[in-house]
Design a protein around this ligand. Structure first.
Ligand SMILES: [Fe+2]
Length: 185
């Protein structure tokens, strides 16, 4: 289950019943998916896509997505820091950012039109859809790992547009679920 924090209200949401409407209020879709059959989180991409084929197809129809793939990021990923540096500054895309988490963790910050800033810590089983044009940034957690299904309307729309606001610098990328790990490691 995700952990959502509304930073300017210092409010943390940890239940599905609270998270879904709070994110919907800012245009963010959140769902929990379960596979049609058990699949290990290190299974080949085709096996992962197959296990979630029903959910992927439903989301494609709803959002006009045409392709789905599986991305793997871990501490051994070549160029990891350069890759992360592209996404940890406030930006938007001309494309929805759709991620279903298979393994690892990630921390999205959303800078809503109202001025509110929300953090959304995602883990395995979480589906998040950040609509095109939404200001956001992304960090890994201390496990430095995320494996996720991505859905695209048009991969050309995936280029980040930076605001250069530096508002991201005001928010520490803290992952609550892994806080105990960062304190002991
Ligand atoms: Fe992004």
């Amino acid at each position: 289950m995700a952990v959502v924090t509304i930073l300017n209200e210092d409010k943390t949401l940890k239940s599905h019943e609270e998270i879904v409407p709070a994110l919907a209020h800012h245009g963010i879709d959140y769902e929990r998916w379960t596979p049609s059959h058990p699949v290990p989180d290190d299974a080949p991409p085709e096996a992962i896509l197959n296990a979630y084929a029903r959910e992927i197809e439903a989301l494609k129809q709803r959002g006009g997505y045409v392709t789905a793939d599986v991305i793997d990021v871990n501490p051994a990923t070549p160029g990891l820091e350069d890759m992360l540096a592209k996404f940890n500054r406030e930006h938007w895309h001309d494309e929805d950012e759709v991620r279903f988490i298979i393994a690892g963790h990630g921390l999205f910050h959303i800078h809503a039109n109202s001025g509110a800033v929300l953090s959304i810590e995602v883990e395995a089983g979480d589906l998040i859809r950040v609509p095109r044009g939404t200001l956001h940034w992304f960090n890994l957690c201390t496990d430095r790992r995320i494996r996720a299904i991505r859905l695209f309307q048009d991969t050309a729309g995936w280029t980040p547009h930076y605001t250069e606001s530096r508002v991201d610098e005001n928010f520490l990328p803290v992952c609550f679920g892994l806080a105990h790990l960062s304190m002991t490691s």
